[in-house]
Design a protein around this ligand. Sequence first.
Ligand code: KG4
Ligand code: ZN
Length: 352
Amino acid sequence: MATVLALETSCDETAAAIVRDRTLLSSVVASQIEIHRPYGGIVPEVASRHHVVTLGDSISAALTQAGVGWNDIDGVAATCTPGLVGALMVGLTAGKTLAMVRQKPFLGVHHLEGHIYANYLASPDLQPPYLCLLVSGGHTSLIYVKGCGQYQTLGQTRDDAAGEAFDKVARLMGLGYPGGPVIDRLAQQGDPKAFPLPEGNISLPTGGFHPYDSSFSGLKTAMLRLVEKLRAEGIDPLPVADLAASFQATVARSLTRRVVACARDYGLSTVAVGGGVAANSGLRHHLQQAATDHDLRVIFPPLSLCTDNAAMIGCAAADHLNQGHRSGPELGPRSRLDLAQVMDLYSPIPRP
Ligand code: KG4
Ligand code: ZN
């Protein structure tokens, strides 16, 4: 059993959490959304500066809310990749320093492995192998989860990530930032069949379409043309609810189709979902329907664990710690690292 203090500062949330294996003891998330909103997106330098200001209080709150002291902590973890390097540096440096001063093992954690592990906090009985659909602001991937630190990417986006598509489409409709939650809210009052939109299939040179890869840039352009056409026709205000519902249903249908094909081809009967877009009601609805139709077990983290948080980082770190994995003091932040290389973050396990 491992109790971990985990830090997450890869993007625009400053987060600290205490996790004991697959049990969340506390999770503190200080969102910077209001700070970045006037810029219409995240300003990396501003994000780093706010992590510096907020992280200390977040750590104290996480320890207090969990009711644990340093004697109860078995290890300290921080997200080290992928993300904004300056932002990652804040959590990583704080984590390594605390580990050194308190003489605890330190573990750097891959942010996407964290999103996968959010599912263990919600469903502690989950066991590999299973398929994980990772859908965040920066990634859209289908991952074959074989075990702790063992991942194979089976499908991915060829251009925009799903969350990025939500954000860009919201911006072109003048709905503000971040776009995912706004579109989700509007879509619930709209007609998903109002506007037919392209799903973004990837053609193969041999004919047919790639069964697992996706593309969202064509869909985004189709939305732009549609909005321009409606404006040129003098339609004011725009039918934003119908536009949002049609866009969201197209993304959800496209992702669900790929999940079903991948699970079937690889003989996987359990599908976990992770990342900010896992909070999307349309995606949840389509995947739940697919679960019924195709006899799959589909699980989602609760909404608070879909978007960025440190509890998921702590859960991944606890598993690595239990396996004897440790990161060295030289570990630095990396803007990207393939999930297949997660074990590069840890020292080899000493032979008994
Ligand atoms: O995982 P996350 O918090 O950060 C990254 O690791 O990227 O994901 C953020 C993304 C943003 O693009 C945001 O618009 C999207 O997740 N998102 C949503 C919803 N909530 C957040 N997208 C669709 N529907 C939502 N309800
Ligand atoms: Zn994330």
